[in-house]
Write a protein that binds this ligand. Structure first.
Ligand code: GNR
Ligand code: NI
Length: 167
């Protein structure tokens, strides 16, 4: 297993649309293991492969307090969205920024598990928000896209300055 570097907004690589996984191979399972290690180390509650510069439709999530309930979603598809909820979101690719985002309150989705077996899930609350946030990443979207243009430009300037200082 290996820790991967997380891309930071406004890196253009976060804008790529991720490709569907053709088959859940050992190479994909190795990527899943690296992503889990990277998410737990960060620490975060979710991570999309796009964030570690792997443009495949792979997501890991763990919203448990105990940090031992890893959920893996390969080729996730949201099949229905109902209601609205607002939650304070953060993103490992947008460090230090937390802003409320309105998303669907309840979703139905399907995906493949780490054995390549299809499953369906109906969920709400934090897990529903997190899945929508991660599927956005697979489509080249970042949570700041849901904010006002003014907030987006402030955040972009702040993170560009941070990355210049880090060089
Ligand atoms: O760690 C994370 N926390 C979080 C909080 C509210 C809504 C979504 C998230 S996901 C984020 C990790 C991340 O950047 N995933 O892409
Ligand atoms: Ni994110």
């Amino acid at each position: 297993m290996a820790l991967r570097t997380i891309l930071h907004y406004p890196d253009p690589r976060l804008r790529r649309t991720a490709q569907p996984v053709a088959a859940v191979t050992d190479a994909i399972r190795a990527l899943i293991a690296d992503m889990a290690e990277t998410m737990y180390g960060a620490p975060g509650i979710g991570l999309a492969a796009v964030q570690v510069d792997e443009p495949y439709r792979v997501v890991v999530i763990d919203i448990s307090e105990s940090r031992d309930q890893l959920q893996v979603f390969v080729n996730p598809e949201i099949t229905s969205r109902e209601g609205e909820q607002q939650m304070e979101e953060g993103c490992l690719s947008v460090p230090g920024i937390y802003e409320p985002v309105t998303r669907a309150a309840r979703i139905k989705m399907r995906a493949l598990d780490r054995e390549g077996k299809p499953f369906e899930l109906e969920t709400a609350g934090l897990l529903a928000t997190c899945i929508q946030h991660e599927v956005d990443h697979l489509d080249g979207k970042v949570f700041v896209d849901h904010l006002s243009r003014l907030k987006q430009s402030r955040i972009r300037k702040k993170l560009e300055k941070q990355s210049r200082l880090a060089m």
